[in-house]
Structures are given as structure tokens and as C-alpha cells.
Design a protein around this ligand. Structure first.
Ligand SMILES: [Fe+2]
Ligand SMILES: [Fe+2]
Length: 337
């Protein structure tokens, strides 16, 4: 059975052009419009980038596998990456003080206003399903983008990053792969857990963090930013996972559902230390010139997560869905069990 998702519909000229290339339509010629006019965080560019990266992961149904290295695709992707990366650098400025950036991650905002707080206190199954649909864009390929960085590391940094990845990929057991645990959580919540099922319904703010991971992972020059991104995910995960486990328990979810989060509370408390000391510590001992990029990777990840949180909370405050219209299996307040 194929696990490749459907190609989503275009959201503008860039995603239209990527769609055409993937489907083997004649090359579109020069990139649609002037790069200077593209919105780096907008729906069109973010979907186009996501579609341009996907042939490196599972591909799309009906798209020839060889498109992965299509020169028109790579050329257009390169131009979009440049736009996205410079916008990220401008939006997440700072210096190369990695210790300060890492320490800041440990400080939880005192106001307790995040999406996981909201779900823990007032979450409904409908909101929970919405949350999971957003998260599925990354969690169903959890730890895959970070795997691109392995050949770019050496020594202890490489050994320790692989040790973390080994846990993410289930410690040698297919049923324990974290992406699989997330799929079981989605199924338990009554959602369609097929890979890429919610791509069509994911807004730009949901796609951008995943695109940043693919961008950092696929460019050796950005290996510092990739390590900074991975460390950010591991360090910020336990408190959020604890709240999400509570949110699911409050809704009466079973162990199959909560397992994804309970697993992360424990595993990531260890991963956090390993990433900080053994991966970042060793990487910067070998390549101190990467400090600026590690720090940038951390800041960019925080920025994109914050933008996603703000989008979701604003939608919920206004009583509307934070997904694009038409997402299947979300509505209804009844418990899925
Ligand atoms: Fe994980
Ligand atoms: Fe982890």
C-alpha cells in the first residue's frame, strides 16, 4: 500500500508552478513574478516549498520519483529558499551566544497562555483534533528532517545525535517509532492518520516550521542551524508534552492516545541534556565558527513556533477553526471512543 499523499491544490503562482513541474507539465520558464514580490511567510511560498521538499521524503501519489532531482524544481526551490532564509534571518536577529539562547529556552512564559495551556484547561475533542491535524505535518515525519544532518557531523556530536535519533525511530522497534505513536494518537482521536492527509488544510504558519527543518537539513552549510533546531525541539518538548498528556487525560483518552506524550516527557528530558552537552558542545568545540548559525537555528525555531501559537490562539479566541476550511474529521464535540 502506498503511503504517498495526494498533491494539494495550488494557493498561488509559486505552488502552481511546483505542482506543474511535479506533474511533468512543460517547465514554467522564469519563476512566477519577481522574487522580491514573494511573501516569504505566505501560503503560496510555504506550500510551494513544502511540495518541493516532499519528493525527498515520501513523494506524492501520481508524481514520478525521479522528480526529486528535477532541475526546474531545484532551481525554483533554491530561489524560494533564498527568500525564506533571508526573511528568517531578518526576523530572528541576534548574536552567536548559544548558551544564552539555550538558557532562554528553559524559561517558560509566566503568563501560561500557550496552545497546550489552553487545551489542558479548556480543551475539547474538536480543538484537540485541530491541534493534532496541525502537528501531523511534522510529527508523521518526526525526526526525518534531522536525519539529513548525520553525514555532516563527526565524532561525539555525530554519535550523540544518532543516539537521540535512535530513540525517535523507536529504538529498533517499528511499532515504537515516534511518528507511529503519533499516528496511533491521531487514530485514537478519530482522525485520518494517513501521512500528509492534512497538508491541504495546513496554513502557512504550520508549514513554515517544517520547511525550516527541511531547509536546514538539506544544506550542509546550514548544519549549525539544523542542530540548533533539533536542540530547541528537544529542550522545549517536556513541559508541553506534560500539559498535552493532562489535556488528553481530562478528555478521557486512553493510554494508546496519551503514550505519544508520556513517552516524550521522559525521553526528551534525557535528549535535552544530550543535545546540549554532547551534540552542540562537541560540534562547537570542533567548529566554533558555527556558533552564530546554531544560535540562529534556535531563534528561528522559536520564532516560527510563536507565530504558529499566535495564529491558533487568535482563531480560537474568535471562535473559528485555525485550519484551512474543509479539514475532514475535526468537528463534533463527542469523544471519539
Ligand atoms: Fe520524539
Ligand atoms: Fe526527543
Amino acid at each position: 500500500m502506498t503511503t504517498a499523499p495526494e498533491l494539494p491544490s495550488a494557493r498561488g503562482p509559486l505552488s502552481g508552478a511546483v505542482r506543474d513541474i511535479l506533474l511533468g507539465s512543460p517547465p514554467p520558464g522564469p519563476p512566477p513574478g519577481e522574487a522580491a514580490s514573494w511573501d516569504p511567510f505566505g501560503d503560496d511560498l510555504q506550500l510551494a516549498l513544502y511540495m518541493a521538499y516532499e519528493p525527498h521524503y515520501r513523494g506524492f501519489r501520481g508524481v514520478c520519483d525521479a522528480r526529486e532531482w528535477d532541475l526546474d524544481l531545484l532551481r525554483l526551490r533554491g530561489a524560494m529558499e533564498e527568500t525564506f532564509l533571508s526573511a528568517l534571518r531578518a526576523a530572528a536577529p541576534g548574536d552567536d551566544d548559544v548558551t544564552a539562547e539555550l538558557d532562554a529556552l528553559l524559561v517558560e512564559p509566566a503568563d501560561g497562555q500557550g496552545v497546550s495551556h489552553e487545551l489542558m484547561h479548556d480543551g475539547t475533542w474538536e480543538r484537540m483534533r485541530e491541534y493534532l491535524a496541525h502537528r501531523s505535518l511534522y510529527q508523521l515525519k518526526e525526526a526525518d528532517p534531522q536525519a539529513w544532518v548525520i553525514p555532516r557531523l563527526e565524532g561525539q556530536a555525530k554519535a550523540s545525535l544518532v543516539a537521540v535519533e535512535f530513540d525517535e525511530f523507536g529504538g529498533g522497534r517499528g511499532e515504537n517509532v515516534h511518528a507511529r505513536l503519533f499516528a496511533r494518537l491521531m487514530e485514537g482521536a478519530g482522525l485520518d492518520a494517513r501521512y500528509g492527509r492534512y497538508l491541504e488544510f495546513a496554513p502557512a504558519v504550520t508549514l513554515a516550521p517544517v520547511n525550516a527543518m527541511s531547509l536546514f537539513g538539506l544544506h550542509r552549510a546550514l548544519r549549525g542551524a539544523m542542530v540548533g533546531n533539533f536542540a530547541t525541539l528537544e529542550i522545549t518538548s517536556p513541559p508541553g508534552a506534560r500539559r498535552m498528556a493532562k489535556a488528553l487525560e481530562r478528555l478521557g483518552a486512553g493510554e494508546e492516545c496519551t503514550r505519544f506524550f508520556t513517552e516524550h516527557i521522559e525521553a526528551d528530558a534525557v535528549h535535552e541534556q544530550v543535545m546540549r552537552r554532547d551534540v552542540i558542545g562537541d560540534l562547537l568545540a570542533r567548529e566554533p565558527q558555527l556558533a552564530g548559525d546554531v544560535a540562529f537555528g534556535i531563534r528561528a525555531s522559536v520564532l516560527l513556533e510563536t507565530r504558529w501559537e499566535e495564529h491558533v490562539l487568535a482563531a480560537w479566541r474568535e471562535g473559528r477553526s485555525s485550519l484551512r476550511p474543509g479539514a475532514p474529521g475535526i468537528s463534533g464535540s463527542a469523544s471519539p471512543r
